[in-house]
Design a protein around this ligand. Structure first.
Ligand code: PEP
Length: 249
């Protein structure tokens, strides 16, 4: 059985009080035990979040991290630092980090390696631009985005990987991929894992969809065979909307 997951990426939003209030509201809901709920507050609030959710089923994710444990890298945060405040889950490869901070397949390979060595669980994001899709290059592009950072890993390391297909043209734009487009890509991704590893591994990996998921479209997207949940940006900042999305899986 693949784990169903709904993860909220809060990006650079919410001050300290807003973060605590949203966490307290989420703590008051008892979600189905079949779904794993995760939240990724900004770095500055991770300690608060980890403390508030210490004995709770909601998991806390960092939105990024460096691949080294320490050194002269002004402004960066290391795996060791995250571990020291009780965080062992991280989002890597988000399109905003690829676009604004020049993350590449090779730098992500280093980050994935470091995350695995430090026993992190990773939500690895990838997705094509609209121009790639229009040229019919989206399948090749996704294949390359997975190949360098992930397809050299030992099968055992895949226990730590959750995939998140996030077409860049659907992130924060209000434009959602159709359920058919999502299923087609998720099935392609599972096929790649089968080709590079085996059926058992491919059938055990959770593949999330991200890109303008709202409560009005989540049920249909999550009901697709190869969709195991969602990575939710904007809608995860709105308590009742996020709860509706979680409850729709
Ligand atoms: C995201 O940033 O991962 C995301 C999916 O954002 P949104 O839901 O706002 O499109």
């Amino acid at each position: 059985m693949r784990q169903k997951i709904i993860a909220g990426n809060w990006k650079m939003n919410n001050d300290k009080e807003e973060t605590k209030s949203l966490i307290n509201s989420l703590k008051s809901i008892s979600f189905s035990k079949d779904v794993k709920v995760m939240i990724a507050p900004s770095y500055i609030h991770l300690s608060d979040a980890a403390e508030m959710l210490k004995d709770h089923k909601i998991d806390v994710l960092a939105q990024n991290m460096h691949f080294l444990n320490n050194g002269a890298y002004t402004g960066e945060i290391s795996p060791q630092m995250l571990k020291s405040i009780g965080i062992s889950k991280v989002i890597l490869g988000h399109s905003e980090r690829r676009i604004y901070y020049n993350e590449t397949e090779n730098s992500l390979k280093q980050k994935i390696k470091a995350a695995i060595e430090s026993n992190f669980e990773i939500i690895f994001c990838f997705g094509e631009q609209l121009s790639d899709r229009k040229k019919g290059k989206h399948f090749d592009l996704i294949k390359n985005q997975l190949k360098i950072p992930l397809f050299h890993l030992e099968s055992n390391s895949w226990k730590r990987i959750i995939l998140a297909y996030e077409p860049v043209w659907a992130i924060g734009t209000g434009e959602t991929a159709t359920p058919n487009q999502v299923q087609e890509m998720h099935s392609f991704i599972r096929g790649l894992i089968k080709q590079n590893y085996n059926d058992d591994l491919a059938n055990s990996i959770s593949i999330l969809y991200g890109g303008s998921v709202k409560s009005k479209n989540s049920k249909e997207i999550f009901s697709q065979d190869d969709v195991d949940g969602g990575l939710i940006g904007g809608a995860s900042l709105d308590f009742s909307e996020f709860v509706k999305i979680i409850e729709s899986i």
